[in-house]
Design a protein around this ligand. Structure first.
Ligand SMILES: [Zn+2]
Length: 273
């Protein structure tokens, strides 16, 4: 981070809440931080987290992370949003270890398409690149709020307290539904220059982060919906599956009906990454 400016509370009521999530129904507040340590790590003031017990069922462990090659971060502009059920959204995402101009250009392009599509968060697999990178700006307007870039993020703690929130996703155009998630998270990540940092998020930033972090684990927001909520959007999901089949001429790589069966066996948990 160039500084800790984005850590200040950045939320203002916004008349047109963008597509990632609808207007928050709770006050979105970032924790205040007391200082940057000499190591560049953020030092927190008040945090109350409980240990995580459940391991994410679909998470990838650190040991398995492959490092991205230059080819893995090659892209063409303008970027295009990958929609469900494209298998890119379920593929494994590689760790980034090259913090070069190409990465900075990619981040710029990701913010560009995020704003153009009225999003407030975007992960690399959503633009066809299977690498561990996300960008977000909870205000969703260029020049407002703060642009946040997280490379190779990990979650070290989830709060026990959870909240229900109406989410959308740029890879699921027009679909909005309630998802329960922890209210706060503690994150370790690298910034655009490769510097490691630790941060606590709560409120809307924590919500956006967790949604995008799931993308980096190949988890999609409907994986976390209750059966009833999933049922309410199943027609829309099936319409996207049909659209994919019409465009590609291939059978949909997954179907909501089978997802529902999987959910009965094992819901995606929240755990350390
Ligand atoms: Zn999404």
């Amino acid at each position: 981070m160039a500084g800790a400016a984005w850590l200040q509370p950045i939320f203002k009521p916004h008349p047109i809440f963008p597509a990632f999530c609808r207007r928050p129904t709770f006050p979105a507040i970032l924790h205040r931080f007391s200082s940057f340590s000499s190591a560049g790590q953020l030092v927190f003031t008040t945090n109350r987290f409980t240990p995580v017990h459940a391991q994410a069922k679909r998470g990838f462990s650190l040991k398995e992370d492959e490092v991205a090659s230059a080819a893995d971060v090659e892209f063409e502009t303008p970027l295009k949003i990958v929609e469900y059920p494209d298998p890119i959204l379920r593929a494994k995402n590689k760790r980034i270890d090259s913090f070069d101009d190409n990465l900075k250009k990619l981040v710029d392009e990701m913010f560009d398409i995020m704003y153009k599509t009225d999003g407030i968060g975007l992960s690399a697999p959503q633009v066809g690149l299977n690498v561990q990178l996300m960008v977000f700006n909870p205000v969703g307007e260029r020049g407002q709020g703060e642009e946040i870039v997280l490379v190779n993020p990990r979650v070290s703690r989830y709060s026990q307290k959870t909240r229900l929130f109406n989410e959308g996703c740029l890879s699921f155009p027009g679909i909005y539904a309630d998802v329960q998630r922890p209210e706060s998270v503690k994150i370790d990540a690298r910034d655009i220059n490769g510097a490691r940092f630790t941060v606590n998020l709560s409120g809307l930033p924590a919500r956006v982060f967790q949604h995008e972090f799931d993308h980096l684990q190949g988890i999609l927001f409907f994986d976390r919906m209750t059966e009833g909520v999933l049922e309410s959007i199943s027609d829309q999901l099936q319409a996207l599956e049909k659209k994919y089949e019409d465009i590609t001429g291939l059978p949909s790589p997954e179907r909501i009906e089978s997802s529902k069966r999987m959910k009965l066996k094992a819901a995606a948990g929240f755990g350390k990454s």
